[in-house]
Design a protein around this ligand. Structure first.
Ligand SMILES: N[C@@H](CCC(=O)N[C@@H](CS)C(=O)NCC(=O)O)C(=O)O
Length: 211
């Protein structure tokens, strides 16, 4: 049994979607970022960086923060959602690191400046929006010749997809990236993704291109 400490955000949804896809039993422990629960001493004991998501695996005693590490841990624990063939295995690590260093923090800044603090810094809005658009282009080119980011559906798609699901917040026209749109729509149709998207609470329907 795993405890998942999470909030309805892209980083949180990576782990709830992975747990749903893997069919692992878990208990949801909602953390209210608005109430600053991420800085409570009992949560910092599990997640020293004071951010969600985090897990406690009661089978092993492992306590983990950082969504990329958690996804790797779950794939390793279950033997699923990670390519085993060496070339693809390293490609998966490469693109997982790309997500953690690129779309995660950069689109996070787009949410901060463009969605929630519009008008406070034109420079930051332009800079992060341009970088966000560039990253959508990188993903679109990667998906031009393959169905999923490392060919087979994996934790890499699960790491990237929740960030793209905020395309409306980002004011990015997802339909200008046809391969991203095709990939996004296919993943949005997966029942496990729909269940994981609604953790820790129902957030309404998944945003769809063209809605
Ligand atoms: N690199 C971390 C980032 C985690 C992160 O930024 N979590 C956000 C929510 S998406 C958070 O907990 N924010 C609360 C805060 O910054 O106080 C990961 O991928 O797990």
């Amino acid at each position: 049994m795993i405890d998942l400490y999470t909030s309805p955000t892209p980083n949180g949804r990576k782990v709830s979607i992975a747990l749903e896809e893997l069919g692992v039993d878990y208990t949801v422990k909602p953390i209210s970022l608005g109430k600053d629960e991420q800085h409570a001493p009992e949560f910092l004991a599990i997640s020293p960086n004071g951010k969600i998501p985090a897990i406690v695996d009661h089978d092993t005693g492992n306590t983990m923060m950082e969504s990329g590490a958690i996804l790797l841990y779950l794939a390793d624990k279950t033997g699923q959602l990670m390519p085993t063939e060496p070339v693809r295995y390293w490609q998966a690590l490469e693109w997982l690191m790309w997500q953690m260093a690129g779309p995660g923090p950069m689109l996070g800044q787009v949410h901060h400046f463009v969605k929630f603090n519009a008008g406070k810094s034109a420079y930051a809005e332009e800079r992060y929006l341009a970088e966000g658009q560039r990253l959508y282009g990188v993903l679109d080119r990667r998906l031009a010749e393959r169905e999923y980011i490392v060919d087979e559906y994996s934790i890499v798609d699960i790491a990237v997809w929740p960030w793209i699901s905020r395309f409306n917040w980002q004011t990015i026209d997802i339909t200008a990236f046809p391969n991203v749109t095709r990939w996004y729509t296919a993943i949005a149709g997966r029942p496990a993704v729909q269940r994981g998207y609604s953790i820790p609470r129902d957030a309404g329907p998944i945003p769809m291109p063209g809605d």
